[in-house]
Ligand binder design. Structure first.
Ligand SMILES: C[S@@+](CC[C@H](N)C(=O)[O-])C[C@H]1O[C@@H](n2cnc3c(N)ncnc32)[C@H](O)[C@@H]1O
Length: 282
């Protein structure tokens, strides 16, 4: 019992030391991230780097930038798909985009864009609903390496089949592959989808808002954050939104009573995790 207790505490101490090393040396502050999933990913890294315990990873992180980058990439989790969670996209297509059409311009902040699969899914959907011309998509991520990849608009063709299946479930009536040019096992998004998109490095832990947004999309990011950080980020999103603007978060984000804590937001659809900033004061 005593040794179990000790091990548990040592693990926490090690996690704190490692996170402080990343913060002091590289400016990445992961201290507000949800501990359970963070520990799981750090524990996987000890296997990858073949070290006995997490504290042995600390000097590697401090003195080897490649190791540090792997650890940072692993903590920030870029996993994504085209039209991930297709039923949400189906509702966006049929119910939400027709309402967004009433705005004279549509500024969208997509926070935590990873390698860009979600970004270009958005662009495709806006194109199909004839809204791309009046849209601007500001895509942000903490990780500049992910942003560089997203900016190229290229992915290995192994992403295609999943994209085709998901897109079909959204009610799309084109061939998913037609949105890309394919060569040498790489699929590249067609140029017409790129112009309204800007990729910007932005840290939800420390940076400020994007102003006058009609729509904020942030899926599969908040679930990695602890409660206090989730609060901060939902505040940022609320301040970013114009009145009447929409907030879409992921269905598995695990945020309890969001409108209770942020009365400026009203819940439009709990199963979609879709909110709107109230037009009048609540
Ligand atoms: C699992 S991916 C989600 C990608 C996409 N939104 C989706 O749902 O498919 C999480 C993304 O959040 C980004 N992220 C993590 N912490 C962040 C932070 N503090 N600020 C901005 N982005 C962050 C990661 O770099 C990663 O690209």
């Amino acid at each position: 019992m005593l040794s179990k207790w000790k091990n548990h505490n040592i693990e926490d101490v090690e996690v704190n030391l490692l996170l402080n090393a990343l913060k002091e040396r590289y400016g990445y502050d992961f201290t507000g991230y949800a501990r359970a999933s963070l520990k799981r990913r750090l524990s996987e890294l000890t296997h990858e780097f073949d070290v006995q315990c997490l504290s042995q990873l600390i000097p590697l992180v401090l003195y080897n930038e490649t190791v540090a980058q792997t650890v940072i990439n692993n903590i920030s989790v870029p996993a994504s798909e085209f039209f991930r969670d297709p039923l949400v996209w189906r509702h966006l297509r049929t119910r939400i985009l027709p309402q967004l059409a009433s705005f004279p311009r549509i500024n969208i902040w997509q926070a935590g864009c990873g390698h860009g699969q979600e970004t270009y899914s958005l662009a495709i959907l806006l194109h199909e609903t004839d809204l791309l011309k009046k849209s601007r998509i500001f895509c942000s991520d903490i990780n500049p390496a992910f942003l560089d990849e997203a900016r190229t608009g290229c992915w290995p063709v192994r992403y295609k089949q999943q994209g085709c299946d998901n897109y079909a479930q959204t009610g799309g009536c084109h061939a998913f592959a037609d949105f890309f040019v394919e060569a040498d096992n790489v699929m590249t998004i067609r140029d017409e989808f790129k112009p309204p998109i800007e990729f910007i490095q932005h840290n939800l832990v420390a940076d400020d808002v994007f102003k006058e947004m009609q729509w904020v999309v942030c899926r599969n990011v908040l679930l990695y954050f602890g409660n206090a950080l989730q609060e901060r980020v939902v505040n940022l999103f609320t301040r970013s939104l114009e009145r009447g603007g929409y907030l879409l978060i992921g269905r598995g984000e695990n945020i309890v009573d969001l409108p209770g804590k942020h009365p400026e937001l009203e819940l439009l659809d709990g199963s979609l995790q879709l909110y709107r900033k109230r037009i009048g004061l609540s």
